[in-house]
Ligand binder design. Structure first.
Ligand code: RP5
Ligand code: MG
Ligand code: MG
Length: 264
């Protein structure tokens, strides 16, 4: 199935734009649906052409390949390109919206999600941030920048969102980065794939690599949490069954918990 019902009823994030309704039986692109009338939307911030965004014309982009410094391959396999528009098609299916919405890239928009965990008094916790875009509590993840390795994205986003790296002096920032390098030296891969993100459209979608870095008490004590960048708040959050998190982050955290013998 495609979009979560709750997501479909809401306006697209940061806008008043409403998606066209897509009944479950019409989600897959493989099955033609002649009555489909998706809403076309790309945010003005994306159309303005910032460095992190593609140009509006998708027809000249090399999809399903490493395209210079941008990885346009999908973890889901080869995605299709719409013959009429030259735009990539969401591998999960119809979302009620064409264009890119808030996403910069046509096709997969690659992100990385660092899951930092610890045990406190026998309870498993992870470092969560509250998204400033209204999406609620989430893993402190972010987009892989052009030419960046996923391992650097994991560290950079954790530094920016959970330790407010960007507001620090060069000296302070270097110290924080050195700590993060140490903490992130040994991680386990938890998830690699499509994310059910509320920003996804028929032609642009989120994919992520989520890695778990488990720390002991002494290292945890050295992490000075301070929200920054896209994050309005940060905390160690108990991993409990009624956890409510952004996009598909709950199921990603659930997978991480299993690695530590905690079943939700
Ligand atoms: C989610 O959006 C990913 O799992 C990642 O956490 C996040 C990346 O987007 P920004 O935080 O940069 O908005 O789909
Ligand atoms: Mg960020
Ligand atoms: Mg982020």
């Amino acid at each position: 199935r495609g979009l979560d019902d709750a997501v479909e009823k809401l306006s697209y994030p940061g806008s008043e734009v409403k998606r066209a309704h897509v009944p479950d039986e019409h989600v897959k692109f493989d099955k033609p649906w002649s009555d489909y009338q998706p809403v076309e939307y790309t945010a003005t911030s994306v159309l303005a052409g910032p460095v992190w965004a593609d140009s509006q014309d998708a027809s000249t982009i090399s999809f399903n390949k490493i395209d210079g410094k941008i990885d346009r391959q999908s973890f889901t396999g080869e995605y299709k390109i719409d013959k009429e528009t030259g735009r990539p098609l969401n591998p999960v299916g119809r979302t009620g919206m064409t264009g890119r919405g808030l996403l910069g890239r046509w096709g997969p928009n690659h992100a990385a999600d660092p899951i930092v965990t610890r045990f406190l008094e026998g309870k498993l916790q992870f470092i969560a941030i509250k998204r400033k875009d209204g999406g609620g509590w989430a893993i402190p993840g972010g987009m892989v920048e052009a030419g960046e390795t996923v391992s650097l994205t994991l560290k950079r986003e954790f530094g920016e969102e959970a330790m407010d790296l960007n507001s620090k002096s060069k000296e302070e920032a270097d110290k924080i980065m050195a700590k993060i390098d140490e903490m992130f030296a040994h991680g386990i891969e938890i998830f690699k794939g499509y994310v059910d993100d509320p920003r996804n459209t028929d032609n642009a979608w989120m994919e992520t690599v989520a890695m778990n870095f488990h720390v002991d008490d002494s290292i945890a004590a050295e992490i000075k949490l301070e929200a920054g960048d896209d994050a309005g708040a940060v905390c160690w959050m108990d991993i409990v069954p009624d956890l409510k998190l952004y996009a598909s982050h709950k199921s990603i955290i659930e997978e991480a918990a299993k690695k530590h013998g905690v079943v939700l």
